[in-house]
Design a protein around this ligand. Structure first.
Ligand SMILES: [Zn+2]
Length: 378
């Protein structure tokens, strides 16, 4: 059975008018002979790229200012949380909203056996101290999604930084700065980090007086020392630690000043905006026009369900489009996001399994709902 598909098709690189589906795979070879033709009602593309998610954090928390919300998040993770179930449930919701590629902030797998790739030094450390080495799974396909893992560390440094993995030092206020300096020297790959997310975070590093004591209580609990260095914006502090580079994917950035953004532009770092999550936590979102003006590349993320209860990527997509228009939003949500995650070779319809592709239904690029390509081509 050879099916010809006509209409608006974005192959991950360019727009096409027609393609052929044969043996479940899509190609764009010229072909005069086919058994059936379908005219698409919508836009066929490889799927949305959700550049920043926490798939395991599948639970609801109330909408509160960031500093009031984080203690609830920590309590939840420490008392009532299932990593595997969360990942499965988050994927189900994201797939419904047309997501097929994910930059996930992956936590170490608890209780896993020593991984074969772990260094002899780390194995020795395990023998001496009894501490489990941090074990991370590599990138993978799960369900219909390609997941790029960014392995998160907070108050323990992964002893052996492997160049084939991607990392996520959680934030400047959770990870000891000696770890961050080491990471800046050891790391060889893309990494994500939450930066300049809330007014409280920025005020903390600038030593501004604050009525709340979130950072003190948080830092004491996780044995991270209070920041006593020179008052700096989070972006300047990141630069001083050696972590503002072309490998940096800066998540949120709503509190970044114009000067901060100039530094980001000069460094080649990229930004991931999560507008729905920012609104949920009473934090500003980064102004995308300022990124555009400086040539800073950006992608779109949902963050976790705990700050984005329906995990509907279309909501973030629409908020981005409201700032920069549908075409730029579409690129940020598709090939632009894939490029930022280093997934350009994976992000294509050429030769792709058609069951993974999606069709956006709506007015042009203003999608109101997403369906799987299998459903659209029935
Ligand atoms: Zn996040």
């Amino acid at each position: 059975m050879r099916l010809r598909v006509c209409g608006r098709i974005y192959d991950g690189f360019a727009w096409r008018h027609a393609g052929i589906v044969e043996d479940g795979r899509l190609t764009f070879a010229d072909c005069a002979r086919f058994d059936r033709e379908i005219v698409l009602d919508g836009v066929l593309f490889p799927g949305f790229v959700n550049a920043h998610a926490h798939l395991d954090l599948f639970f609801d928390l109330p909408s509160l200012p960031f500093e009031q919300w984080v203690p609830l998040l920590i309590e939840k993770i420490l008392t009532d949380y299932s990593q595997a179930d969360g990942i499965h449930a988050s994927l189900a919701l994201l797939e419904q909203s047309g997501v097929r590629f994910i930059g996930d902030i992956a936590r170490p797998i608890p209780g896993s056996p020593c991984c074969a790739n772990i260094s002899p030094i780390n194995k020795l450390r395990h023998v001496i101290t009894g501490e489990e080495p941090l074990h991370f799974s590599p990138d993978r396909m799960q369900g219909r999604c390609y997941i790029r893992n960014f392995c998160e560390f907070i108050n323990r440094y992964p002893e052996y930084i492997r160049p084939q993995l991607h990392y996520s030092p959680h934030a400047l206020y959770t990870v000891p700065h000696d770890f961050l300096r080491r990471f800046a020297l050891d790391n060889r790959s893309l990494f994500q980090m939450h930066v300049a997310e809330s007014p409280g975070e920025t005020g903390y590093f600038l030593h501004e007086p604050s009525g709340d004591h979130f950072y003190d209580t948080y830092l004491a609990r996780f044995q991270v020392r209070r920041y006593l260095g020179e008052p700096l914006s989070p972006v300047r502090l990141l630069e001083s630690l050696g972590l503002l580079t072309s490998q940096s994917l800066l998540v949120h950035m709503g509190m970044a000043s114009d000067d901060d953004l100039d530094l980001v532009a000069a460094s080649g770092a990229k930004v991931i905006t999560c507008p729905v999550s920012n609104h949920y936590l009473y934090a500003p979102h980064v102004e995308l026009a300022k990124l555009e003006a400086r040539g800073i590349r950006y992608a779109i993320g949902t963050d976790g369900k705990c700050s984005h209860p329906d995990l509907d990527f279309l909501r973030d997509y629409r908020l981005v489009a409201a700032q920069v228009g549908w075409e730029k939003a579409f690129l940020a949500a598709t090939s632009g996001g894939a490029e930022i995650l280093g997934l350009m070779s994976e992000y294509t319809l050429e030769g792709a399994d058609i069951t993974r592709a999606v069709v956006g239904i709506g007015d042009g690029l203003n999608f109101t709902r997403m369906v799987s390509a299998t459903e659209a081509l029935r």
